[in-house]
Design a protein around this ligand. Sequence first.
Ligand code: ACO
Length: 326
Amino acid sequence: MTRRAVLSGTGSALPRTRVSNAELAKRVDTSDEWIVERTGIRFRHIAEPDETTGTLGAAAAKEALKAAGLEPSDIGLIIVATATPDNTFPATATKVQALIGAPDCIAFDVAAVCSGFLYAVSVADSMLRTGAAKHALVIGSETFSRILDWEDRTTCVLFGDGAGAIILSAEEVADEAGAKGRGILATRLHAEGQYCDMLYVDGGPSTTGTVGHVRMQGREVFRHAVTNLASVLGEVLADTGLSAEDVDWVVPHQANRRIIDATAKKLGLPAERVVLTVDQHANTSAASVPLALDLAVRDGRIKRGDLVVLEAMGGGFTWGAAVLRV
Ligand code: ACO
């Protein structure tokens, strides 16, 4: 028998206010046509003052607990992937812990921006397999609207707010089940810090003492994203001995429709097997993969036994992928 981290529940939460491209164009020098053509984005949700990374993360976590049939007291590990924590410290994971009423457990944040959820999944997978906990709550939650420069049309139209959560549970899987058995089969993570000025926030506690705003060299990000994502998907599938034909669903980071299409094409993955939410949510950074995963699980597309691939790339640059049998 091998201990594996198995998906036992998903949940998500979106801020109350939804903003269309046309509404955005009333206060930013842009147009619905430009945004749709370049990115595929049509709507984004923007957090109200009472909605924070912590409250959205907790709402998503409660949905995931319900789906898994678990109580907050069953959770032994909480990881929140975010680049927009409620406070510089403590970790937003501890706030989520308090909001859902989970007693003493392990709780910390992971900062890898848009790849944060993949990093968090990989860390949780390792910790569950080594026995640190029985059930882990892995959350991607962001209020990116708080760090956008609303005068910079090249970035502010691209992002939105939201949260997604999954529960991973340690289960013993028979060795002979191999890639047919449930659970996370492989994860791969990368970072190349020499590109850290291609996509960053121009502030922070240790530099400016301010929160700062998102800055991005869009064309460079685009170019690296397609190359890195296609390559990490190839690596993680090779780790499992599976190929693109075995994949039932790809749940990609929802940054840009063109990045998603180009990556799928490079790998020979048909568009019908790619879960898309970028049109409805825009880029919600670390929240985008679990948000899309929850949507596809709840609408019945992703079913028990399916082979699902998750991937993301973000500032750093950081990127990663995971293969799981649901
Ligand atoms: N509305 C209207 N016009 C705009 C806007 C806007 N919101 N933003 C830029 N423009 C204009 C520019 O000023 C420029 O005008 P000019 O030709 O008169 O100078 C023109 O549109 C083209 O600008 P580019 O920046 O060259 O546009 P490009 O085709 O590269 O598209 C985009 C920009 C959409 C940002 C693209 O580079 C991209 O998608 N990059 C990936 C970025 C991304 O997804 N980042 C997310 C975080 S990282 C990740 O998650 C993978």
